[in-house]
Design a protein around this ligand. Structure first.
Ligand code: NAD
Ligand code: UDX
Length: 463
């Protein structure tokens, strides 16, 4: 079976970049990305590709090359489903905020809606690909909906989780460590797997394309995120011990990372991990383990989240304690609001929680982030429902310029590791601040000795 038409439901951080790269690398495949969100689709179709809704280095160039040729963004969901042989489901699977599993389980309502819509529209056999991150055995539910509400056509369900990280999505997609495809071991299942393998083989070497059964594929995605997040919580746990003992967490990370069994990546101590995936997926894993009665397994993984929450709180507590136990009416400047550099995504960013703690202490927060608007910052805070919208409004001031943001501040806190922060004239910033001037480096991107020689009272993470 040769694939010539793909539809992707969900034009978000995964659907958009993933399909743009498939379209770029497979000019003979027509790729249509659909979404219910009209504004999002309008933005993807903006004639100036610098205005597409997702910022990722290199993405606007790829969209410029493929859009209108074989890459299309549309709100006509049913038409795209009808035309395609393969339908990727890339919709969001957030943590449930209601009912059974509230605060832990993945909310599968968007997935179910997609399955029902595919069943309703499909008049020919289709391959349905789970691109979203899903609880293990979700394919079973999708298959049941498709088979029971469909028009008698055959569906093959494949699991093809996405491993891209935001900020490096394009390079991750172009040079993936591996592509994982899970499917049934029936002849029809194998045919579907091979068809998808052939799509990726247009730019990924076949030895990097791993095929497994569906459940292994689904569970591997949750496991990968749990392991990655666990490393961060592990080094963050050590960061507090370093602060108490005089060890330096960067030195410890380097020393252990040179052990090839441990490896050097993902050992950067920080104010805590953020992003839409790690917390959500670990909570989901914990929920699944609990639902099978595996209490010890659930508790083990939950500790990764507990440590991460503690690390964020520890950072805000340190700011308060260092500023003589009061930040009331003091201006604290945040450099960075995004959950990591090179993205405009703020979901679960540590900055939100640190700001919330400091506003509770009646501080005023001045923020500069190169890619995040004030509206987004306020939305993030309002979502927590800690205080009224008016109160958040009066406590957060956003700046278009970092130097302006820092003027008259009692303390500057670095929440995102944007490269440009390291190139700033820190003497100028120091001169414009209240004295003593405090610098809290939540990402350990500045040179502590240099900052201290300027006059800052500098506090990094884990030293
Ligand atoms: P997102 O919120 O950015 O995008 C999801 C999109 O789906 C939204 O634009 C929404 O409007 C649309 N949508 C929802 N229901 C729909 C429907 N019924 N019909 C049409 N459109 C619909 O989410 P995302 O960050 O792209 O994540 C999508 C999935 O991929 C999640 O399961 C996530 O866990 C997983 N994932 C995300 C990342 C990441 O870095 N963001 C990486 C790997 C995997
Ligand atoms: C993650 C996974 O890396 C990716 O494979 C998966 O597909 C989606 O979830 P993402 O959340 O986009 O990707 O970014 P990632 O680079 O993993 O960073 C997550 C958070 O951890 C960020 O807040 C980052 O700053 C933090 N982090 C990362 C650390 O604090 N220390 C590190 O050493 C690495």
């Amino acid at each position: 079976m040769k694939i010539t038409k793909i539809c992707c439901i969900g034009a978000g951080y995964v659907g958009g970049p993933t399909m743009a790269v498939i379209a770029q690398k497979c000019p003979n495949i027509q790729v249509t990305v659909v979404d219910l969100n009209e504004q999002r689709i309008k933005d993807w179709n903006d004639p100036d590709t610098n205005n597409i809704p997702i910022y990722e280095p290199g993405l606007s160039e790829i969209v410029a090359e493929a859009r209108g040729r074989n890459l299309f963004f549309s709100t006509e969901v049913e038409k795209a489903i009808d035309e395609a042989q393969v339908i990727f489901i890339s919709v969001n699977t957030p943590t449930k905020t209601y009912g059974k599993g509230k605060g832990m389980a993945a909310d599968l309502k968007y997935i179910e809606l997609c399955a029902r819509q595919i069943a309703k529209v499909a008049k020919e056999n289709k391959i349905v690909v789970e691109k979203s991150t899903l609880p293990v055995r979700t394919a079973e539910a999708i298959k049941s909906i498709l088979d029971n509400t469909g028009n008698g056509v055959q569906f093959q369900i494949l699991s093809n989780p996405e491993f891209l990280a935001e900020g490096t999505a394009v390079t991750d997609l172009l040079n993936p460590d591996r592509i994982l495809i899970g499917g049934d071991s029936t002849p029809e299942g194998e045919e579907a797997i091979n068809a998808l393998v052939d799509v990726y083989a247009n730019w990924v070497s076949r030895d990097k394309i791993l095929t497994t059964n569906v459940w292994s594929s689904e569970l591997s995605k949750l496991t990968a995120n749990a392991f990655l997040a666990q490393r961060i919580s592990s080094i963050n746990a050590m960061s507090e011990l370093c602060e108490k003992t005089g060890a330096d967490v960067s030195e410890v990370a380097k020393a252990i990372g040179m052990d090839s069994r441990i490896g050097s990546k993902f050992l950067k101590a920080s104010v805590g991990f953020g992003g839409s995936c790690f917390q959500k997926d670990i909570l989901n894993l914990v929920y699944i383990a609990k639902s099978y009665g595996l209490t010890e397994v659930a508790d083990y993984w939950e500790q990764v989240i507990i440590m991460n929450d503690y690390q964020k709180r520890r950072f805000s507590n340190k700011i308060v304690q260092t500023l003589y136990n009061t930040v009331a009416d003091k201006k604290i400047t945040f450099l960075g609001w995004a959950f990591k550099k090179d993205t405009n995504d703020t979901r679960e960013s540590a900055a939100i929680y640190v700001a919330d703690d400091l506003i509770n202490e009646q501080a005023t927060i001045a923020v500069f982030d190169p890619k995040v608007s004030r509206d987004k910052m306020l939305n993030d805070l309002n979502y927590l429902q800690t205080r009224s919208v008016e109160d958040n409004n009066s406590k957060v001031v956003a700046f278009n310029d970092a130097y302006d943001a820092c003027k008259g501040a009692h303390a500057v806190a670095i929440l995102t590791e944007w490269d440009e922060f390291t190139a700033y004239d820190w003497q100028e910033i120091y001169d414009s601040m209240h004295k003593p001037a405090f610098l809290f480096d939540g990402r350990n991107i500045l040179n502590s000795k240099e900052m201290e020689s300027i006059g800052f009272i500098y506090k990094g993470i884990g030293s």
